[in-house]
Ligand binder design. Structure first.
Ligand code: UDP
Ligand code: MN
Length: 258
């Protein structure tokens, strides 16, 4: 049967959260055998996310894990200062490993794990590309790292280097959106996780380093010549009018979920 794709997504409350999760969930509705592991960066599960998942029509697991205070990006910090979504991705991995151990039967190791941020843009074709992952598969990511795209460069069917604008010597100079790992490999390496203390740009490497070598990477998307995922970022909405009205007691009704 078709291997299940386990998608691990960190998410946090902000004005655009419901819009991001709506877009994402409706993309996933078009993907067969997808199990969404949505991990809220929060001390509890919020009603907004609980309700959205319940009504989504998806197969999902709802988790939460707050980012430790000293690890969290503060208002005004530059976005590169600290990695985001680390504890949430690790919580997703923890759940997955435990859940699979508890599943009886021979096919509890069959599947693919993908880390999907809630603001990126995903082509449906991407999921069919990653579904055949044996160990670790890779592909280009659009609009990332100050480039039109970054990608692994493939020669003779193998990844020989990376097209990236920054520190190409990193062990895996590859964005979170640019790889998937087989469930089998995740389960065979129970300690593999993301290191929140890894120096800038090395978060993906901290996870992949113990799992695979560059030589073993499986290039997808026509030998990494097609862009099927984009590292889009959503502009923070301005609330100037809202605040002005609020000051007059005429702000939007807080009972309306948005
Ligand atoms: N995220 C989170 N907590 C935060 C900030 C971000 O869980 O405090 C999530 C966010 O929802 C996204 C992922 O972590 O799924 C990556 O964050 P972001 O998209 O802001 O990172 P960037 O696009 O700047 O790499
Ligand atoms: Mn993002």
């Amino acid at each position: 049967s078709l291997p299940t794709i386990f998608v691990i997504t960190p998410t946090y409350a902000r004005l655009v959260q419901k819009a991001e999760l709506t877009r994402m969930s409706q993309t996933f509705l078009h993907v067969p055998r997808l199990h969404w592991i949505l991990v809220e960066d929060s001390p509890h599960k919020t009603p907004l996310v609980t309700d959205l998942l319940m009504k989504s029509g998806l197969t999902y697991t709802h988790l939460h894990m707050p980012t430790a205070k000293d690890r969290k990006l503060q208002e005004g910090d530059p976005s590169w200062l600290k990695p985001r979504g680390v504890e949430q991705r690790n919580e997703g991995l923890r759940w997955l490993r435990e859940d699979r151990r508890a599943q009886p039967g021979g096919d509890n190791q069959q599947g693919v794990v993908y880390f999907a941020d809630d603001d990126n843009t995903y082509s449906l074709q991407l999921f069919e590309e990653m579904r055949s992952t044996q160990r670790v598969s890779v592909w280009p990511v659009g609009l990332v790292g100050g480039m039109k795209y970054e990608r692994p460069v493939v020669e003779g069917g193998k990844v020989v280097r990376f097209h990236t604008g920054w520190r190409p010597s990193r062990p895996f100079p590859i964005d979170m959106a640019g790889f998937a790992v087989s469930l089998k490999l995740v389960l065979a390496n129970p300690e593999a996780c993301f290191d929140g203390e890894a120096p800038m740009g090395l978060l993906e490497s901290s996870f992949l380093q113990g799992l695979v070598t560059m030589d073993e990477l499986e290039p997808k998307a026509d030998n990494c010549t097609k862009v099927l995922v984009w590292h889009t970022r959503t502009e923070k909405p301005k609330m100037k009018r809202e605040e002005a009205l609020q000051a007059q007691g005429l702000g939007s009704d807080p009972a309306v979920e948005h």
